[in-house]
Write a protein that binds this ligand. Structure first.
Ligand SMILES: Cc1cc2nc3c(=O)[nH]c(=O)nc-3n(C[C@H](O)[C@H](O)[C@H](O)COP(=O)(O)O)c2cc1C
Length: 234
């Protein structure tokens, strides 16, 4: 099984998105997946120019010759596409969105009706597997992920891929000083690995596993208190 992880965090593998996704990858590899990871911030990917040449003059090919050519090849071969991103102003990061916009060469221009909606046919060589969202947030409430989840679900309909769920960790920054706050971090990391194993071996992640990852681990008032004096406010 081929997995493509696209990590959209500008802090790449170093910080919270990277830490969470690395445990998820470990689990997927345990279950036998081949995992390729790319960092959107490192790539030379221009904004989509909206010219539609990939549907008209150069079908299936973008007129821009940049790193997206290789990424499109990787996306075409991915049984599972993992989109990993911190919540940035209620959505995905800019570099990830820029990359996703450039996926249009995988589609044909005409419309068809799919699931009672107008959509584009997918070109023949594209695998139509699953998409998983892995995300972290600074705020505490789980509904901070809602706009992003809805976006990824809608994107799946555009890509004709199955939305396979989300690995979510709010107030991810607490994980750095977890022990001081009495937060048990190992069971969370173990559940993240387990979610990766489940996805590859059964095709889905159990809700009980995802719940261990996303459940509240520190009261909100404590979080608010911890942020007082944290930033050098003038
Ligand atoms: C530009 C920017 C916008 C952000 N917007 C939100 C937001 O809307 N909601 C939220 O919960 N956290 C927000 N955050 C916090 C990040 O999601 C959080 O710091 C996350 O851990 C960053 O991921 P990283 O550690 O992989 O860099 C924002 C952070 C930045 C830098």
């Amino acid at each position: 099984m081929e997995v493509l992880v696209i990590n959209g965090s500008p802090r790449k593998g170093r910080m919270h998105t990277g830490r969470i996704v690395s445990h998820f990858i470990e689990g997927m590899k345990d279950a036998g997946a081949n995992v390729d990871t790319i960092y959107s911030i490192e790539l030379n990917i221009g904004d989509c120019k909206g010219c539609f040449n990939c549907w008209t003059n150069t079908p299936g090919k973008c007129i821009q010759d940049d790193d997206m050519t290789e990424v499109l090849g990787k996306m075409a071969n991915a049984d599972i596409l993992v989109l990993a991103t911190p919540v940035y102003v209620d959505g995905m990061t800019g570099s990830l969105k820029t990359l996703v916009d450039r996926f249009l060469p995988h589609l044909k221009g005409r419309f068809v009706i799919r699931n009672d909606h107008c959509r584009h046919p997918i070109r023949d060589h594209i695998r139509q597997g699953k998409v998983v969202l892995v995300s972290v947030s600074g705020f505490t409430e789980l509904d901070n992920f809602d706009p992003l989840i809805n976006h990824v679900k809608a994107m799946c309909k555009n890509m004709n891929r199955e939305y396979a769920g989300a690995v979510l960790r709010s107030v991810a920054w607490i994980m750095e000083g977890a022990a001081e706050q009495g937060v048990q971090i190992e069971p969370i990391y173990e559940a993240i690995k387990q979610a990766g194993r489940e996805l590859v071996s059964t095709g889905s992640m159990k809700d009980e596993t995802l719940e261990i990852i996303r459940r509240e681990f520190i009261p909100r008032d404590t979080v608010v208190e911890l942020t007082q004096g944290f930033y050098n406010e003038k």
